[in-house]
Design a protein around this ligand. Structure first.
Ligand code: TYD
Length: 144
């Protein structure tokens, strides 16, 4: 299912309740390998709007689009990838230090995010040049 370098696509389990719609769920431990400390969702975004424009220093996230169509643009300064989330049975795990933009391809689309930590503004890198610099510093540390 996954040919991405910067993120991982996962199947969100789905139960069809015949004639009564569908039910989807994921479980910490069985479907995702990080603990979930926070869930948030973004909605009422006009079509064509881009959100995001940041990376997280330590946070891991599972992104699901339960309704609509949202394009997720990812990069690490070298690799650039794009994923269209338009299926409630698909989730995208995005790890730390990956720059992301989210483009609302349809109005009324909803982005639901399960995150490994509570909100912390200090965890954000919102300036792209600082992001590339921090990545370089991390790579240098790893080589030592
Ligand atoms: P941000 O993560 O920048 O939104 P997006 O990436 O979708 O464009 O968050 C927007 C604002 O909301 C910012 O001021 C931080 C605040 N916020 C919280 O207070 N708690 C949260 O859990 C989140 C995700 C954001």
């Amino acid at each position: 299912m996954n040919e991405l370098k910067l993120a991982k696509l996962i199947k969100i389990r789905n139960i069809e309740t015949f004639g009564k719609g569908s039910l989807s769920f994921f479980e910490v431990g069985n479907d995702i390998c990080f603990d979930v400390k926070r869930i948030y969702y973004i909605y009422q975004v006009p079509e064509g709007v881009t959100r995001g424009g940041h990376a997280h220093r330590n946070l891991e996230q599972l992104l699901i689009c339960p309704h609509g169509s949202i394009e997720i643009l990812l990069n690490n300064g070298e690799v650039f990838e794009s994923v269209l989330l338009d299926n409630p049975s698909v989730g995208l795990i995005v790890r730390n230090m990956v720059w992301r933009d989210m483009v609302w391809r349809e109005c009324d689309s909803v982005l639901m995010v399960a995150a490994s930590n509570e909100f912390d503004e200090k965890d954000y890198v919102r300036d792209y040049k600082s992001f590339v610099k921090e990545l370089d510093e991390r790579n240098l540390q790893e080589m030592k």
